[in-house]
Design a protein around this ligand. Structure first.
Ligand SMILES: Cc1ncc(C[n+]2csc(CCO)c2C)c(N)n1
Length: 219
């Protein structure tokens, strides 16, 4: 039987291609991305990351498999220990203060993406929610691998790229793919389709996250 993640990857290909070719990504690599745009991205991403981390634990609570549970709980912990630390360093380098973070109004796409993930868990199933988390790992890992070859002349942009090409992150992505495949195998046909839809929608929101930052999207 074909792996559900292969189907998901294929279905999302046009959206992912648009992410790879988005001016935000192109300019991040070239070093021409305005710092204001990156600052905007980081402030919105803070909201996303906090919810993303919290969701790992909420999904883990509802999983039966002890390995999956452990990986997801570690995801919450890992975010709190490492990803947040990397971002704190970025905030310092770009002079983003706590006050500025507190005053950031959450933009439409960041709000919609987070709401979508909660919807998949609260109105759907833990397997659908896990599928909604996967593009976050997988797309960023593919972007990291694509961009690392050329790198970026701007230090923070280079550090950003390196985070997503790292061995630890590549391993976490592989594990998350394996988890979604296992959950896909255990799901019936209807839930498999819903998992694919959750993945596709997250891929859409990932693409629009770049667009949101690039256009400084507001309500
Ligand atoms: C919108 C958005 N999507 C994906 C990521 C990447 N990301 C966030 S948490 C995490 C798991 C490991 O820490 C990964 C890969 C991001 N930062 N922002």
């Amino acid at each position: 039987m074909a792996k559900i993640t292969d189907t998901m990857h294929k279905q999302s290909e046009p959206l992912w291609e648009s992410s790879f070719n988005h001016p935000f990504i192109k300019q991040l690599s070239a070093g021409s991305l305005p710092q204001q745009t990156f600052r905007y991205y980081l402030k919105q991403d803070r909201y996303y990351l906090e919810n993303f981390a919290a969701l790992h634990a909420k999904i883990a609570d509802q999983m039966d498999d002890p390995d999956i549970k452990q990986f997801l709980y570690a995801g919450t912990q890992g975010f709190n220990d490492s990803e947040k630390e990397v971002r704190t360093a970025f905030f310092q380098e770009l002079n983003i203060t706590q006050q500025e973070i507190n005053q950031t109004e959450i933009a439409p796409n960041a709000y919609s993406y987070v709401t979508h993930m909660y919807h998949e868990l609260n109105e759907g199933t833990p397997s659908r929610a896990a599928a909604a988390l996967l593009p976050c790992y997988w797309l960023y890992n593919e972007i990291g691998k694509l961009l690392i070859k050329a790198g970026s002349p701007i230090k923070v942009y280079q550090q950003f790229i390196e985070t997503y090409d790292s061995k630890a992150f590549t391993n976490a992505t592989a594990k998350m793919i394996q988890i979604v495949d296992q959950l896909g195998n255990e799901a019936d046909a209807e839930e498999q389709e819903q998992m694919q839809t959750a993945f596709l929608r997250s891929s859409y929101f990932e693409l629009h996250f770049w667009e949101m930052a690039y256009r400084h999207e507001m309500w």
